[in-house]
Design a protein around this ligand. Structure first.
Ligand SMILES: Cc1ncc(C[n+]2csc(CCOP(=O)(O)OP(=O)(O)O)c2C)c(N)n1
Length: 358
């Protein structure tokens, strides 16, 4: 006869969420809240883009909220992240106020880049956020440098970065992961397998069964492949990897299976996407699943979800109002503040800098 433990369910009935988690009730509710913030923030960016207020690319993480938020949620305050284009959620979890992010998208002086960038290429070291690098893969080397420097100072800081499955085909990815592994850098790399790299499906990227298999070639152990739309599964795998990195076990890597529900950016209608793939993943939406699970546990009800969502929406509306009142940079200052150590004239008298160095 099968033992009781063997028969015990591993996943909730509603939402099919992994039941085994170190997160308590309050933390799971907080994590859910972050995912709602991520989604509402994305919705706002999408609307602003359609109103012509975001010039350039607007990247959505619709459908990838669990991947982004639950992994960042497993970090300590002193840890660092190097987000990529699908990691608005992680950036917000790590502490960047949504209004600063919105202000960056709308190139205002009171924003992390002082209006130099029009989307996500911004960081803020007060929150442990390194600005994303556009050349895919390069953030891994940057993270290694940061945490190896911290190790020299005797600090136990861990870096977390994400990479799309398409970007694992770049030469930089191989060089950087190998370097991080050899140096035993306290770094975690999450491969976000969201089924498409721009218009290229996974089969056009890699013949290995799992992208996580790439880790074996660098001597990185425990590279699991998990359900990236299950917030508890993402939290647990991230926490395990972060703990191992912090304990001195070297660079860690694992793969999350998820799906990019919109095109590469808002301008891309993604007509190349296979409808079966789209429908499969749409039915496995990370927020819907986590909400169903939390309701099954009795942690929240419909009223609670509506109240939470309304509060978050109102906050983002207020942020938008604030951003609209902020100035855009003077074109004459375009060449200023480019190099480190130089004063940033766009920031000189503004509120962002005042808060930054308070
Ligand atoms: C070295 C390099 N090559 C090409 C690009 C252009 N580019 C930006 S994002 C992207 C697709 C990335 O796909 P993936 O890594 O799967 O991430 P996803 O967008 O699916 O999250 C490409 C080709 C770039 N930024 N850097």
């Amino acid at each position: 006869m099968a033992s009781k433990t063997k028969d015990a369910p591993t996943h909730s009935k509603a939402g099919e969420i992994q039941l085994k988690t170190r997160l308590g009730k309050a933390q799971q509710l907080e994590l859910f809240r972050w995912m709602v913030v991520n989604r509402e923030f994305d919705n706002k960016i999408s609307l602003l883009y359609r109103r012509g207020l975001v010039i350039g690319a607007a990247f959505s993480s619709l459908g990838q909220e669990a991947t982004s938020c639950a992994s960042a949620y497993a970090l300590e305050k002193t840890d660092i992240i190097a987000p990529m284009i699908r990691n608005a959620g992680a950036t917000l979890v790590k502490g960047l106020p949504p209004r600063d992010f919105l202000a960056n998208y709308m190139y205002r002086t009171n924003s992390p880049t002082g209006g130099r960038d029009g989307n996500t290429h911004m960081g803020d070291l007060r929150y442990g956020i390194i600005a994303p690098i556009s050349m895919l893969g390069a953030s891994i080397a940057l993270c290694s440098g940061f945490v190896l420097g911290a190790r020299l100072k005797g600090e136990k800081r861990v870096a977390l970065t994400w990479i799309g499955e398409g970007s694992t085909s770049t030469g930089e990815f191989h060089e950087d992961v190998n370097f991080a592994a050899v140096m035993r850098a306290p770094l975690v790399v999450i491969i976000e397998n969201n089924q498409y790299a721009y218009s290229t499906p996974v089969k056009g990227q890699c013949l290995a069964e799992h992208f996580a298999d790439k880790a074996i070639g660098y001597g990185i152990k425990n590279a699991v492949t998990i359900d990236g739309n299950d917030a508890n599964a993402v939290y647990e795998a991230s926490r395990d990897a972060i703990d191992r990195a912090r304990a001195g076990e070297g660079a860690q890597m694992f793969e999350v299976l998820t799906y990019r529900r919109k095109g590469h950016a808002e301008h891309d209608p993604a007509k190349y996407v296979d409808k079966t793939v789209h429908d499969y993943w749409t039915a496995r939406d990370p927020l819907t699943r986590y909400e169903a699970y939390l309701k099954e546990l009795g942690y929240i009800d419909d009223k609670g979800v509506a109240k939470m969502t309304e509060e978050i929406r109102a906050g983002i509306e207020a942020d938008e109002e604030w951003v609209m009142k902020q100035p855009k940079p003077d074109p004459k200052t375009v060449t200023q503040g480019v190099y480190a150590g130089e004063p940033h004239p766009a920031h000189e008298k503004d509120e962002y800098l005042a808060r930054k160095y308070r």
